[in-house]
Design a protein around this ligand. Structure first.
Ligand code: SF4
Length: 370
C-alpha cells in the first residue's frame, strides 16, 4: 500500500505494544527527515526511559528549501501521520504529543488540525501544536525541543539528547512525519509500504513530489517527474545537506535507506546553469542559516561562502581554492549541531564533481540560485 494512495480515514488504532519496536527493526525503517537514523533504535531508547512521561514530537518542520514531500503528506494523509503519532504514544507510554509544523506550511498545518478535530477527545487531549520558524536548523531534533521548551528554535549542545531529556525534561521521540506514516501502515498491515517520498526539483519537466518503490533508480524517479527539462549537468542528491553527483553516477543510483538520500530531494542541474554559481548560492544560504552560537560554524561557513562567491563572481584563483579545502577541514565537527558538517560535505562534493569548473571558472552572475 502506497502512502499517498492509502485511504485517509479514521479507523480504530490496531492493538500495539513493545513488540512493534521489534517489527520496526525487522522492517529496516530509517528516519525520512534527513539523518536516516534507524527508527527502532530511537524508539527503544525512549521506551527504556519512559515512566509514562515520554513526549512525541511530530516533526513537520521541513526547513530544507527544495523539499516539499512532508507538507504534501500532511496535506494528503493527515490521519496516517496522526495514527503514527498515537501509535508511538501508546508504545512509548507518552503523555504528550506536539505537532511541530513549519509556520509557512499553512495548508499542511490546517489539514493536520482538521484531521485532529475529527479524532476522539482523549486523543485530542494529548496533542498541542508548535510552529517551526522557517529556518534550516529549526528541523533539527534539539532545535525542535528547544523551541517547544523555551520558544527558541536553535540547536542546543548534546548530550543530553532528546531521548534522554527533551521536552519538559522527559524522554522525547522527535520523528519525521513520513517516518510516522510508515509506522502507521506497519502497525496495521505488518509491513512498511516499501516506498519513499521524493521531491524532484530543478531541471525536470514536472517538479514536485513522487512516491517510488524503495530501490527505484534516480533515472526512474526523474522519469516519473516527466524527465529532464534540459540536458542535465549534475544531480544534487539529498538536498542542501546532500551531495552533488555526476549524472552518469546518479542516474543508476538505487534509492534505498543506505544510499544516503537524506530528506529525499533529487535536484537536477541543467547545463544552462553554472555549478559554481549554484554552489556559491547554496553556501551563502547555509552560512546565513547558522544560528550564530558556535564560532567555527558562524565565521567558517561565512568565509567559505565568500570564497565560493569570489570564484563565482571574479573567476577562479588558486588561493581561494586552497582556502576552501583548508577551511572545510577546520569547520567540520566544530559545531554544537551538524549544520557545519552538512555544509562542508555538500561543498566537498561540489569541489570533487565540478573540479574542472572550479579550477577554470570565469566570472558569472552570482545572483542565480539552485
Ligand atoms: S553548529 Fe551552527 S547551526 Fe549548529 S548550533 Fe552551532 S552555530 Fe548553530
Amino acid at each position: 500500500m502506497r502512502l499517498l494512495e492509502s485511504p485517509d480515514q479514521i479507523a480504530p488504532l490496531p492493538p500495539v505494544g513493545p513488540g512493534l519496536i521489534d517489527a520496526i527493526q525487522r522492517s529496516g525503517l530509517a528516519g525520512r527527515g534527513g539523518a536516516g537514523f534507524p527508527t527502532a533504535v530511537k524508539w527503544r531508547a525512549v521506551a527504556q526511559r519512559s515512566r509514562g512521561d515520554a513526549v512525541i514530537v511530530v516533526n513537520g518542520a521541513e526547513g530544507e528549501p527544495q523539499s516539499k514531500k512532508d507538507r504534501v503528506l500532511m496535506g494528503a494523509r493527515p490521519h496516517l501521520v496522526l495514527d503514527g503519532a498515537f501509535i508511538a504514544a501508546r508504545v512509548l507510554r507518552a503523555r504528550r504529543i506536539v505537532l511541530y509544523i513549519g509556520e509557512r506550511h499553512t495548508a499542511a498545518r490546517d489539514s493536520m488540525l482538521r484531521a485532529l478535530a475529527q479524532r476522539t477527545e482523549p486523543e485530542r487531549g494529548l496533542v498541542s501544536v508548535a510552529a517551526a520558524p522557517p529556518r534550516y536548523v529549526a528541523g533539527a531534533e534539539a532545535a525542535a525541543v528547544h523551541l517547544i521548551n523555551d520558544g527558541v528554535a536553535t540547536p542546543t549542545n548534546v548530550p543530553p539528547y532528546p531521548f534522554e531529556r527533551g521536552v519538559d525534561g522527559a524522554p522525547t521521540l522527535v520523528q519525521n512525519v513520513e517516518t510516522l506514516a510508515h509506522v502507521a501502515v506497519l502497525a496495521r498491515t505488518g509491513a512498511i509500504p516499501g516506498t519513499m517520498l521524493l521531491t524532484l526539483a530543478g531541471g525536470v519537466s514536472r517538479a514536485g513530489v513522487v512516491e517510488v518503490e524503495t530501490g527505484t533508480t534516480v533515472a526512474d524517479a526523474v522519469a516519473r517527474a516527466g524527465g529532464p527539462s534540459d540536458l542535465p549537468r549534475g544531480v544534487l542528491v539529498g538536498g542542501y545537506f546532500g551531495r552533488w553527483m555526476k549524472v552518469e553516477d546518479a542516474l543508476p543510483l538505487r534509492l534505498t535507506p543506505e544510499a544516503g538520500i537524506g530528506c529525499g530531494v533529487i535536484g537536477i542541474l541543467p547545463t544552462s546553469r553554472c555549478p559554481v554559481c549554484e554552489t556559491a548560492a547554496i553556501m551563502r544560504y547555509l552560512a546565513g542559516e547558522s544560528s550564530a552560537q558556535c564560532g567555527p560554524c558562524f565565521f567558517g561557513l561565512r568565509a567559505l561562502a565568500d570564497a565560493c562567491t569570489r570564484i563565482a563572481s571574479q573567476g577562479s584563483n588558486a588561493a581561494d581554492l586552497a582556502r576552501l579545502q583548508r577551511w572545510s577541514a577546520e569547520v567540520r565537527g566544530r559545531g554544537a549541531c551538524k549544520h557545519p558538517d552538512g555544509a562542508v560535505i555538500f561543498l566537498s562534493s561540489a569541489l570533487t564533481v565540478f573540479a574542472g569548473d572550479f579550477e577554470h571558472h570565469q566570472s558569472h552572475d552570482v545572483r542565480r540560485t539552485a
